[in-house]
Design a binder for this molecule. Structure first.
Ligand SMILES: *Cc1c(COP(=O)(O)O)cnc(C)c1O
Length: 396
């Protein structure tokens, strides 16, 4: 059966992914089971998505209840779950308003459009350029791709949208040299996820904020991967004492439900009047009811503080591992978004981990990424460290 599923998938699905040879069937907490009944500990959580782990009862209950009432009515009307989720996000962030959509890329599209509209509304139609970062990742739609500073991701799709320039991450001087009055926004991730778990140097985000203020540009933070407690704060920018004008969320906001959100301060948000932007499914009741259960659980179970605590333990264990293995070049990250930069290709180690029942992945070819559910235990972390220790001592 498993083999048939894989063979059929390879025949009929778009060939955009090289998938690992496993068919997952169910999950519970941080454990996944494949169709053969083999268990895996999930240190990827669907790429920083399933913060609560799998099959969380609060999410199940909220979805079941809402599914029996109302799935969808469109944004021509009000629904309670959308408003309640919006309120929660506003209460816990710098923002005054939220636009719901269906993915990270769409949230970034909304942010890009809002930044341009904000200046266009003031008669500054020429102020449309966006400065983004080299090695950034903002999504695969043409707009978010245009803000993505990785040649390998843009290749074959050029020309991308006009008006995007790139500077190196963590280089405030390079940024200062580019932000003039043609620039509507600076757009960046508070920690570059796909770019290799690259953290900001102390003071860097504050310098970006200052520069945006001085030059009148908006600051857009893409917290799609870092948001909702992953880094040990609800939003990663809180580590830096900096607030953006616009923030995008997606991945762990829905714990696997397709949802994105763009949050903004009133001054910027006002540029989206009726008809300016829209989406059929964004904020639909079934998804926002589920996401509301997600955020309430994150709050109720104090999972942000837990991510900080367990993440510090995990980081320490990875540093010990680095001390024992010269094949490791560096340990990176914050909270439960951690990376291990290797002096070799990461794929064979990812495969060896899978073989031994651990799901991890690799970014940029040589950086192992760990983004487990926020409910991961120290025992599960210890088991992964033992597994990596054994692999790095003997294999590949
Ligand atoms: C995953 C990701 C996106 C894209 O999100 P999708 O839901 O896949 O469109 C955008 N920005 C960052 C930082 C991401 O990690």
């Amino acid at each position: 059966m498993t083999q048939v599923t894989i063979e059929t998938a390879e025949k009929i699905l778009a060939t955009t992914y090289s998938r690992m040879p496993v068919v997952f069937e169910k999950g519970q907490g941080a454990t996944l089971w494949d169709t053969a009944g083999k268990a895996y500990t999930d240190f990827l959580a669907g790429i920083a998505v399933c913060g609560l782990g799998h099959a969380h009862p609060a999410v199940q209950a909220a979805l079941a209840e809402q599914a029996g009432k109302l799935l969808h009515v469109s944004n021509l009307f009000y629904t309670r779950p959308q408003v309640a989720l919006g309120q929660w996000l506003i209460r816990h962030s710098f923002a005054d308003r939220v636009f719901f959509c269906n993915s990270g890329a769409e949230a970034n599209e909304a942010a890009i459009k809002l930044a341009r509209k904000y200046f266009s509304d003031q008669g500054a139609q020429d102020r449309y350029r966006i400065i983004a970062m080299e090695q950034s990742f903002h999504g695969r739609t043409m707009g978010s791709l245009s803000a993505t500073g990785q040649a390998k991701i843009r290749k074959g799709f050029e020309p991308v949208l006009e008006g995007f320039d790139f500077v190196p991450f963590n280089d405030a001087e390079a940024l200062a040299a580019r932000v003039d009055d043609s620039v509507c926004a600076v757009m960046l991730e508070p920690i570059q996820g796909e770019g290799g778990i690259v953290c900001p140097d102390p003071g860097y985000l504050a310098a970006v904020r200052r520069l945006c203020d001085e030059r009148g540009a908006l600051m857009i933070l893409d917290e799609v991967q870092t948001g909702m407690g992953r880094t040990g704060k609800l939003f990663a920018h809180e580590h830096e004492g900096v607030t953006p004008d616009i923030m995008t969320l997606a991945k762990s906001l829905g714990n696997g439900l397709p949802i994105g959100a763009m949050l903004a301060r009133e001054a910027a948000a006002g540029a989206f009047g009726p008809g300016a932007h829209a989406t059929t499914f964004g904020g639909t009741p079934i998804i926002t009811a589920g996401a509301l259960a997600v955020v309430q659980t994150i709050e109720g179970e104090d999972l942000v503080a837990r991510a900080a605590r367990i993440g510090a333990y995990f980081l320490e264990r990875l540093q010990e591992l680095k001390g024992r293995h010269a094949r490791i070049e560096a340990v990176r990250g914050r909270g439960l978004l951690l990376g291990l930069k290797l002096k070799e290709e990461g794929a064979p180690i990812v495969n060896a981990c899978l073989e031994r029942g651990f799901v991890i992945n690799c970014v940029q070819g040589d950086i192992l990424r760990f983004a487990p559910p926020l409910i991961i235990s120290t025992r599960e972390i210890d088991a992964l460290i033992d597994c990596l220790d054994a692999i790095l001592s003997t294999e590949v």
